[in-house]
Design a binder for this molecule. Structure first.
Ligand code: NAD
Length: 478
């Protein structure tokens, strides 16, 4: 099998060892073999990015626009093929995977446009006769560390703005899903970037990621992943006094009120909690339901779950693909066990499933009769597992919804404008949805959370400039 290599200083290079990319829908299938970078490789990539930075920072906006547009065009033209690769390596269904690839293409297109819209401000000085100008400059070498659950969209929403605003890049994808990251990198390097501007270093977090965290030659790190790793990134970045941005876990609540449209609420909950196998940082893992609709909602959602097909991500008719790997499956099953031991009622699912091919299949699990202090309501599970929390009215539901260390997204299903408006103002989350799943966002507006979910400036849309540029104020006496 071909070994997919790293891209360092303008060359495709083999690393120190290799990893096999396994299909979670069929663990007998090896999708590809991918090299793993050593510490030395990671350092070479950082040096290359450092060397390339001054020229790239001064490059013309037309050149940067054209390169990003070319990347977008190729991603969109190949979205079906790249979607198949993504579905095979991560396990989300083919339509979800093709949608994610399209999203990556749209993001590159958006930032190609942003290159042309770069602007500053010229304002009056408090001292007569002086000019004051505020401009944005690139930050420098940006280290990009990404998780496995969005193998192409998350890399895209970090790489595109980094390059658009004139930074050079060292990109470390998740070890578990190197395929989409490699394919994206191949498209990027063929789009005409000068040597060293973009570097791909696949490999382990403890080796490649750690080298990036401890390098004095990286100016900013953008990270998406778990809280535990995020804390390490933060500590290392403070030590080096460098800029950083963290997007981490969630325990996102969906509030369902008595006046909700039942059909909408069930659809919103099923989608938000279980689609993409529940492996979304924005998944609705807590369903906070008021007394008057509770029993109807639980029984209608259970019926809906019974109708969902869990099978091979590539099969027509599959609603939910497999869990990504053995260790995530073990984690999901252990929380299903913890929930039962804590006294929650497993209303549906939670069974390990066998399908035609050997894969990590798990029936979506729904808990009821849960209490706010149960671990299943406090800790991120990151699988197709959701719990219902009963509330007596809207006020109590809001308190329960906000009772979490996380604050990424939240949602409410209601036909009351009063409650929807109050929830939008008082939910302690970065993204709030009304009659929509907590997961599923646009690409041209800010993405991010509060409290333990996020740290630093928002990602995506025009707000991305906050992280990928640094502001300069100049004073001139003409
Ligand atoms: P993870 O923290 O295990 O890994 C994320 C990345 O960090 C990987 O590339 C990994 O190799 C790297 N890494 C691991 N140890 C490292 C170290 N010591 N130094 C430097 N890098 C290291 O997370 P994961 O399991 O890949 O992803 C799942 C998590 O990501 C979940 O908690 C989920 O909520 C979160 N997530 C958050 C968002 C968001 O935008 N808030 C989006 C997607 C996923």
């Amino acid at each position: 099998m071909t070994i997919h290599k790293n891209f360092i200083a303008g060359e495709w290079l083999a690393g120190s060892d290799e990893t096999k990319n396994i299909n979670p829908s069929n663990i007998d299938e090896v999708i590809g073999v991918y090299t793993r970078a050593s510490r030395n490789d990671a350092e070479n990539a950082i040096q290359a990015a450092r060397k390339a930075f001054p020229a790239w920072a001064r490059s013309g906006i037309q050149q940067r626009h054209d390169i990003l547009k070319k990347v977008s065009d190729e991603i969109l033209a190949r979205k079906d093929e790249l979607g198949q690769l993504l579905a095979r390596e991560e396990g989300k269904t083919l339509p979800e995977a093709v949608g994610e690839v399209a999203r990556a293409g749209q993001i590159f297109d958006f930032f190609a446009g942003e290159v042309l819209r770069l602007s500053g401000e010229k304002i009056a000085s408090t001292r007569p006769g002086l000019d004051v100008e505020i401009t944005r400059e690139p930050v420098g070498v940006v280290g990009i560390i990404t998780p496995w659950n969005f193998p192409i969209a998350i890399p895209a929403w970090k790489i595109a703005p980094a390059l658009a605003y004139g930074n050079t890049v060292v990109f470390k994808p998740a070890d578990l899903v190197p395929g989409s990251a490699w394919a994206l990198s191949d498209i990027i390097v063929r789009a005409g970037l000068p040597e060293g501007v973009f570097n791909l270093v696949m490999g382990r977090g403890s080796v490649v990621g750690d080298t990036m965290l401890n390098s004095p030659h990286i100016d900013a790190i953008t990270f998406t992943g778990s809280v535990a790793t995020g804390k390490k990134v933060a500590a290392a970045c403070v030590e080096h006094m460098r800029k950083f941005q963290l997007e981490m876990g969630g325990k996102n609540p969906l509030v369902v009120l008595d006046d909700a449209d039942l059909k909408t609420a069930v659809e919103v909950a099923a989608n938000g909690a279980f689609f993409s196998t529940g492996q979304r940082c924005t998944a609705s893992s807590r369903l906070v339901v008021t007394d008057g609709i509770h029993d109807k909602f639980v029984s209608a959602l259970t019926e809906r779950l019974k109708g969902l097909t869990v099978d091979d991500a590539m099969k027509d008719g599959t609603h939910i693909g497999p869990v990504v790997d053995q260790s995530q499956l073990d984690q999901d099953i252990s929380y299903i066990d913890i929930g039962q031991k804590e006294g929650a009622k497993l209303a549906w699912g939670g069974e390990r499933l066998n399908r035609e091919k050997p894969g990590f299949y798990l029936q979506p699990a729904l808990f009821t009769d849960t209490q706010p202090d149960m671990r299943i309501n406090r800790e991120e599970i990151f699988g197709p597992v959701a719990s219902v929390q009963r509330a007596k009215d809207y006020d109590e539901a809001l308190v329960i919804a906000n009772d979490t260390i996380f604050g990424l997204s939240s949602g409410i299903c209601t036909t009351s404008l009063k409650h929807a408006s109050h929830f939008k103002r008082n939910s302690e989350a970065g993204m709030v949805m009304v009659n929509l799943p907590t997961a599923g966002v646009d690409y041209h507006v800010p993405f991010g959370g509060r409290k333990g979910s996020s740290y630093g400036p928002r990602e995506q849309g025009r707000y991305a400039a906050e992280f990928y540029t640094t502001v300069k104020t100049t004073y001139t006496l003409p």
